[in-house]
Design a protein around this ligand. Structure first.
Ligand code: NAD
Length: 448
């Protein structure tokens, strides 16, 4: 009989599944990755990740070369592992609640793969799911598919993921915490042991609790982070309307208060990415289903949606009407170091610019391929920043890529029709840009 935790499998190889699986494989643990997307599996077998994430390609190529990771569309391969992480997507339904179709299907697939096996198997729900899902939705599907009861024969645990795109590998190599929501003591002990094996000498703070509390921790975490973003953006919008007030200095000062802290206090064009909006909508919907209207969270979302208009208004302040004006958008990804444009603020800003009659040129160091799929054809995508700026009446810096920090005043002056800059990320050193019409998020000016 195999030793427990000999091999680990992942079902769903997106940002979470692939990054986590690759890190685990890099620790010398045999890892099996399953995905329904054949093209993705073909690519992964060659060591090529389907998205950009710092350090991922190098690490993936190494584990594939060393034969530590196997990729397949055949879910029955899961039977060769002792622990399976379910890492499929949990998208929003029209009413904001989460769609559990993929989680149920993946659970069914795991159950069918391990049914009849005498070996203990631990199923771990890493996808973000609302409180109660592991016990009330996953458990019955798993028990029916395996014809076993969760307990000493079959393990089940929630284990939410907190990695952030753009630093997913770094965050997985050294997470700030591990949250284990174990259905029973054997599940908890098995997962704790696996993580000890993964992190060996590094002690990672670990919270072991029940599945429902673990699921709630994930939503609470994103609710707090999103609230922080909308709070500092609210302060930024007030600053913008007060001559000389500057949100950067405000943030720096309040961040010195240990109860507030300095991180995640940067005003900008609003949060994006696959998680915050989706998770807040899911939490709002879940909360209403248990008879509590979380008005704070609805306001956080509304502030975020409106933040795009704040950015567009800055360009309007510089140009007057936007009709027939050419706006250069620098940066499309929802943040730097990723090619992910899901829920990116650039989408909302571009949409509003187009609705106001502007023509839009855009450039992103990583997300151009994604942009081609998701942006309307009339947005002109350019291969570099300089071509994007050419003939523009105004430039909006939308993503905080280092490449944009390095642009010199002459790069703008020699290419643009007029030296108008809207800095939605506060990355431009204003003092170097004398003679420019410069407006920025959270920066009060006398004309505000
Ligand atoms: N992306 C993040 O930064 C992040 C961070 C923390 C938590 N999460 C959560 O983790 C989960 C996964 O997110 P993601 O961004 O990695 O998703 P993703 O959309 O990038 O990837 C999901 C993958 O699952 C595959 N899949 C779907 N059904 C399948 C099935 N039955 N069998 C095998 N593969 C299947 C898809 O083909 C896809 O490759 C979500 O619940 C998300 O909310 C995401």
């Amino acid at each position: 009989m195999r030793r427990e935790s000999d091999a680990v499998s992942f079902i769903g190889l997106g940002y979470v599944g692939l990054c986590t699986a690759t890190v685990i494989a890099s620790k010398g643990i045999k890892t099996i990755g399953v995905d329904v997307d054949e093209k993705r599996i073909e690519q992964l077998r060659k060591g090529n990740p389907p998205f950009h994430e710092p350090q991922l390609q190098q690490m993936l190529k190494a584990v594939v070369r060393k034969n530590r990771m196997e990729f397949t569309t055949d879910a029955s391969k899961i039977a060769e592992a002792n622990t399976t992480f379910i890492t499929v997507g949990t998208p929003s339904k029209d009413d904001g609640s989460i769609d559990l179709t993929y989680v149920k299907k993946a659970t069914q697939d795991v159950g069918s793969a391990i049914a009849g096996s005498p070996v203990y198997h631990l199923v771990v729900i890493k996808s973000t799911v609302t409180p109660g899902t592991t016990t009330d939705v996953v458990r019955p599907v798993l028990e029916a598919a395996t014809e076993k009861v969760c307990g000493p024969e079959l393990g089940l645990s929630s284990n939410p993921e907190f990695l952030a795109e753009g630093s997913a590998i770094k965050g997985t190599l050294q997470p700030d915490k591990i949250v284990i929501g174990a259905l029973d003591s054997k599940s908890g002990a098995t997962l704790t042991k696996l993580y000890r094996r993964i992190y060996s000498k590094t002690k990672i703070p670990t919270v072991v609790t029940d599945p429902t509390t673990a699921e709630t921790i994930k939503y609470a975490s994103n609710a707090f982070l999103a609230t922080r973003v909308s709070t500092i953006n609210t302060i930024a919008n007030i600053c913008q309307r007060v001559p000389k007030a500057d949100v950067e200095t405000v943030a720096k000062a309040i961040g010195l208060d240990p109860r507030i802290g300095p991180l995640y206090l940067k005003a900008g064009p609003g949060y994006g990415g696959s998680c915050f909006h989706k998770d807040l909508q899911a939490l709002i919907s879940f909360s209403r289903s248990v008879n509590y209207d979380p008005i704070l969270l609805s306001a956080v979302e509304e502030v975020n949606q409106r933040q795009a208009s704040e950015i567009v208004n800055l360009s309007r302040k510089l140009l007057g009407s936007l009709d027939n004006r050419r706006i250069a958008v620098l940066g499309l990804a929802f943040k730097k170091d990723t090619d992910d444009m899901r829920e990116a603020a650039s989408l909302r800003v571009i949409d509003e610019l187009l609705k106001n009659g502007a023509s839009v040129s855009a450039y992103d160091p990583m997300a151009l391929e994604t942009a081609r799929r998701v942006l309307p054809e009339k947005v002109e995508l350019l291969p570099d920043a300089i071509s994007c700026l050419r003939r523009a009446d105004c430039c909006i810096v939308m993503t905080e890529w280092d490449e944009f920090r390095r642009l010199k005043p002459s790069d703008y002056k020699s290419t643009m029709k007029a030296p108008n800059i809207v800095d939605a990320r506060r990355i431009i050193k204003r003092d170097d840009f004398e003679g420019f019409n410069y407006l920025a998020v959270g920066l009060g000016t006398s004309s505000s």
